[in-house]
Ligand binder design. Structure first.
Ligand code: ZN
Length: 364
């Protein structure tokens, strides 16, 4: 099915993404970056035989002047014959994303910075500060200095938001009570290894971000193999969301799959909560429209945002945007066919989800 013209032309704000690789990729590296696995399984076959793998061959190949459905080998051979910056520019420009909100806290050495990314993509970049990485960079301070240092960094940051990866470290069962400074100091004092996994400190960081007025993103749902998926259900955040609602600072639930319905519920009932379907949109390939429609079942349209969650491969920006457009278009076309709303409403919903919700939430 074609994409409705007004959806095809939408400019997008990508409210959660990462940088792209500075270098070409070998086939094993490219395959492992298509999915969340650490590497390709010798028992399980190629990752090109997946929804996103087929989407690369179908949709990305033509942008490199190959026929649709070119083989994986042909695709990578052509890709590696071009300069990687040229490949990245091609896919970033074709995505139609004009504003990138970049989480630069994961593997920054391998990836282009936010400014470099925006330069290639012809857009604007804003940074999102990853709370656990910020805390780890300040761990050498004494406990009381640590609290002050985090507070002053959050107060003076140029970032437009903060991100918590509590899901990866402790799961999403954050308590609904703000930790006392004395308890945080004690926890910092007993934090010995480099990686922050202390629940008191991680919870405190989330409160501090909100106190600083920074919209707070949470990783939710699936991701790399070091998460325990059952601890990444956003409904575990309910006590925290209930306790922080009165602060009035936005909380954004990222990715959410396969808990996208739970996320939609939370975004419906808590005034400060918003959600997206990043990562899953490209991961679902040709099935994106079906799950996208599930994600939008009960969420008010003013509370759902576009994101690609693209990481490392520029193809993922393009696919994230393209499959989002396709899914949004299918959703709106279905609503129009059923006379659920009129054309003018469909245009308005599209603009909200594509960019206006993000502009309002992050005050862009
Ligand atoms: Zn991400």
């Amino acid at each position: 099915m074609g994409i409705l013209p007004f959806v095809a032309e939408l400019g997008l704000v990508d409210h959660h993404c990462h940088g792209v690789l500075r270098t070409d990729s070998t086939r094993p590296e490219f395959e492992s970056l298509l999915l969340e696995a650490d590497g390709v399984s010798p028992l399980g076959g190629s990752f090109f035989d997946s929804a996103v793998g087929f989407a690369v061959r179908r949709w990305c190949a033509p942008l490199l002047d190959l026929p649709r459905h070119a083989s994986a080998d042909e695709y990578l051979e052509r890709r590696n014959s071009l300069h990687i910056a040229e490949v990245s520019r091609t896919f970033l420009m074709a995505s139609g994303i004009h504003t990138f909100l970049v989480d630069g806290g994961f593997q920054p050495d391998r990836l282009l910075s936010a400014a470099e990314l925006a330069g290639l993509g012809g857009g604007v970049a804003h940074e999102v500060v990853r709370l656990e990485v910020l805390a780890e960079s300040l761990r050498e301070s004494s406990p009381s200095e640590f609290l002050d240092a985090v507070r002053s960094r959050l107060a003076s940051t140029s970032a437009v938001g903060a991100k918590s990866v509590a899901a990866y470290r402790i799961g999403l069962g954050l308590p609904g009570v703000r930790p006392a400074d004395a308890d945080v100091e004690r926890a910092v004092g007993s934090w010995s290894s480099g990686r922050l996994e202390n629940p008191v400190v991680i919870t405190w960081l989330a409160w501090e971000a909100l106190d600083a007025g920074l919209p707070l993103q949470f990783h939710v749902g699936y991701g790399d193999s070091d998460i325990d998926l059952h601890r990444c259900d956003p409904s575990l955040l309910t006590p925290f969301l209930r306790a922080t609602a009165s602060l009035g600072v936005p909380v954004l639930l990222l990715h959410n799959y396969p808990f996208h319905r739970q996320a939609g519920y939370l975004a419906q009932v808590f005034p400060h909560v918003f959600c997206d379907l990043g990562l899953a949109t490209h991961g679902l390939g040709h099935q994106a429209s079906r799950v996208f429609a599930e994600a939008l079942e009960i969420v008010p349209y003013g509370k759902f945002l576009f994101s690609s969650d693209a990481f490392a491969l520029p193809e993922l920006y393009y696919l994230g945007a393209l499959l989002f457009r396709q899914a949004l278009s299918d959703f709106l076309a279905d609503g129009l066919r059923r006379d659920a709303f009129v054309e003018e409403d469909a245009h308005r919903i599209a603009r909200l989800v594509a960019s206006e919700n993000a502009a309002r939430v992050y005050e862009l």
